[in-house]
Design a protein around this ligand. Structure first.
Ligand SMILES: [Zn+2]
Length: 290
């Protein structure tokens, strides 16, 4: 209405310039919004009905770089990163930097170091590297304790937890490090807790995130397959390969299976090839070693 009134009045050249600039800007915004919605619609339809693949994964307007000392922490802890191509390494670093920038790190009886920030950020980035949606908004802060801490949630000592209400991941730093020191025992605290956070986050954005659709649809298919195949289910439960804690509930099932998948992929593929393939699809994990 205001724009129409303005048009009727005689505008100075500067006034006309501002008027048309505003109109062009608004039209451009509407076009971008419609294109974005269309893109999302087609990608979601493709993921749901044709193939669990994204149209693209890594595209960044301005890639951020990590300082040298933080990169050396990545090299020291994250073998997954070491095996990436230099192009993928730069994407990995960008995502690590983004997570560190947007997350609050709190130390309880411990000083937060770069090592703590980089290792936790890299854990999330590794798990979501095959997907586009890595901005897990349900994790606003990461809290570190030097070792196992008393949790008021269920009044016991914990090594780690995902606190949905407080949007926090809580870790015993000693146990996070331990998870990375021994790489093939199918135990990694940071991976385990991050999977809980990713799982809850993806459930909350399932309708609009194609990454969430790939992750949750594959997980749903995995549980359905197991329900149909009682022999395989029995084999899983009785095998010593997957630890018993996986069968506590659906959340622990997912967290323990991904932990196992990440730590010993070759053994997983040999022992349970169909389940291995489902988890690989779920994370879109087409990387060296998997
Ligand atoms: Zn758990």
């Amino acid at each position: 209405m205001i724009l129409i009134l303005l048009e009727k009045e005689e505008l100075s050249p500067i006034g006309q310039f501002i008027y048309f600039s505003v109109i062009i800007f608004l039209v451009a915004l509407i076009v971008i919004f419609i294109l974005y919605k269309l893109f999302n619609f087609f990608e979601m339809a493709y993921v749901e009905y044709f193939n669990k693949k994204l149209f693209y994964n890594h595209k960044y307007i301005k890639k951020k770089k990590l300082p040298k000392d933080q990169k050396s922490i990545l090299r020291q802890y994250i073998n997954f990163y070491n095996r990436l191509s230099s192009k993928h390494k730069s994407y990995f670093e960008h995502r690590v930097k983004q997570f560190i920038k947007t997350t609050e790190f709190i130390g309880k009886d411990i000083t937060v170091t770069d090592e703590m920030k980089v290792v936790t950020a890299a854990t999330l980035v590794k798990l979501t590297f095959g997907l586009r949606d890595y901005n897990i908004s349900l994790v606003e802060r990461v809290i570190f304790y030097p070792e196992a801490f008393y949790s008021t949630t269920n009044k016991t000592y914990h090594k780690g937890e995902f606190n949905l209400g407080y949007k926090a991941l809580v870790f015993s730093w000693k146990d996070v490090k331990h998870g990375y020191e021994i790489e093939d025992d199918n135990l990694n605290l940071a991976i385990h807790e991050f999977i809980h956070a990713i799982h809850f986050y993806y459930m909350s954005v399932r309708k609009r995130s194609t990454s969430a659709a790939i992750f949750l649809n594959s997980y749903y298919e995995l549980t359905e397959d197991l329900d149909k195949d009682s022999k395989l289910k029995k084999e899983l439960i009785t095998s010593d390969y997957v630890r018993e804690y996986a069968f506590t509930n659906q959340y622990e099932f997912l967290a323990v299976f991904v932990e196992t998948f990440i730590e010993t992929p070759h053994e997983f593929r040999t022992q349970f090839p169909t389940i291995y393939t489902k988890i690989k699809t779920m994370l879109n994990f087409n990387f060296s070693g998997y």
